[in-house]
Design a protein around this ligand. Structure first.
Ligand code: UD1
Length: 402
């Protein structure tokens, strides 16, 4: 099939792979579609997450549509998963020849895609740049630092991200504080979320239950999981708990505490879709989590969030929002009622530009960015001998075979 480069349209190729990527990219896809006379968009799904409940339901609910390319990499060690994305993405990028490769977040697919793109001489734009936990035992922190290091354009959503990027030597001109695209999705979906009436459908009363999500290796892959399970069992006697269980956590619980599923007051669910999950959070007394994105969603919704981690790459959710870091200390789960009350007593605000319009600002920046052809021409002039192997193979400028 021949795909024609349509006039001077910029071609943006986004790479998604895991559950949290979909809601970060969805509003950008819509904003690009609304400016279809200026942009062409191509979506690549790496398949890092592949269960229907971790992937397809999000594409459906968020209206992202069917990806143009699926890489079907699946699970594996970090090296295997990252390598599989790199190997399978390279021919796609060579065929599509986008002007910009857009990567969201901090997962293995994000890093793999940015490495492939930059080595092909393609411009990388990172959505959610500059977040730092300063904890290099977290795979996500490595992915963030490396992705930012090779990205041409850095889209940030909290003020401290800019400071981190400047401290790492990035140019001020490359940093764009645009706001939070995950919150764009929440704003866009708010009516549908509220219409679900999710707490009642789960037999729960608004403001009286706790939502739990746990999936990070530091918590679920070792002995702390059993401590967490005991504490959840005890807490469920005081307040109802609804716990959509990540596949990684379910597999570990089957070994560590197979009877937790029978604990009275605790509903362990399969992973649930975006709308239902947000509806459960919006109606909760609070959330207990080790996720990154949920710290932001709860801050926007004004729902207390207890984060079972020693650090957060999202400190604004603590300084301005409703987040409270408990430390990697699952025994503290037992104190959840008092901790939630303490957070509720604090004042909180939504961070600046978490207003539902981040994607439009991103697209405004992309509209002014250099095209692939301009970048190639600039590089050819400034470094004529360094170009060998650094560019995609020459193809007719008017058409690309895929
Ligand atoms: C990944 C991200 C993490 C993100 C999380 C959201 C990295 C390093 N980690 O972690 O930052 O917060 O996604 O969920 O990229 N599995 C399934 N079905 C699936 C996906 C995973 O069964 O659809 C199971 C597999 O056994 C797999 C395990 O979960 O080995 C872990 O999956 P993986 O994608 O490697 O990491 P996550 O823990 O999901």
């Amino acid at each position: 099939m021949i795909r024609t480069r349509m006039g001077d349209k910029r071609k943006i190729l986004s790479v998604v792979g895991t559950r949290p990527n979909f809601m970060k990219v969805a509003p950008i896809v819509s904003a690009l579609e609304r400016r279809g006379e200026e942009f062409e968009h191509v979506l690549v799904h790496t398949g890092q997450h592949y269960d229907a409940g971790m992937s397809e339901i999000f594409l459906d609910e968020l209206g992202v549509g069917e990806p143009e390319h699926r890489l079907n990499v699946g699970s594996g060690t970090h090296a295997r998963q990252t390598a599989a994305v790199m190997e399978r993405l390279e021919p796609v990028l060579l065929a599509e020849r986008p002007d910009v490769v857009l990567v969201p977040g901090d997962v293995n697919s994000t890093l793999a895609a940015s490495l492939v793109a930059v080595k092909l001489g393609l411009a990388v734009a990172h959505v959610e740049a500059g977040l730092r936990s300063f904890d290099r035992t977290m795979p996500e922190e490595i992915n963030r630092v490396m992705t930012d290091a090779v990205s041409e354009t850095l889209f940030t959503h909290s003020p401290e991200a800019r400071e981190h990027l400047l401290a790492e030597g990035r140019d001020e001109q490359q940093i764009h504080y645009v706001g939070n695209t995950m919150i764009d999705t929440l704003v866009r979906m708010r009516e549908r979320i509220d219409a679900l009436n999710a707490p009642a459908r789960h037999g729960l009363k608004v403001g009286e239950y706790l939502v739990v999500t746990l999936h990070r290796p530091a918590l679920v892959d070792g002995p702390l999981l059993r401590v967490a399970a005991d504490a959840l069992r005890a807490l469920a006697g005081q307040m109802p708990i609804v716990f959509p269980v990540h596949p990684r956590t379910r597999a570990r619980l089957a070994v560590e505490d197979p009877t937790l599923v029978d604990a009275p007051g605790l509903a362990m669910l399969e992973p649930i879709g975006y709308l239902e999950f947000l509806a459960l959070i919006a109606g909760a007394a609070g959330v207990l989590t080790d996720s990154g994105g949920i710290q932001e969603e709860t801050t926007f919704l004004g729902v207390p969030c207890l984060t079972l981690r020693d650090n957060t790459e999202r400190p604004i959710t603590q300084s301005m929002g409703t987040n409270l870091l408990l430390g990697l200390a699952p025994a503290r789960i037992r104190d959840a009622p008092e901790l939630l009350a303490a957070v509720r007593a604090r004042s909180h605000q939504v961070p600046p530009l978490w207003d539902g319009h981040a994607a439009e600002r991103i697209v405004d920046v992309l509209a002014k960015s250099e095209t692939r052809r301009a970048i190639s021409a600039r590089r050819a002039v400034s470094a004529p001998t360094a170009a060998v192997g650094a560019q995609p193979p020459a193809a007719a400028s008017s058409s690309v075979a895929i």
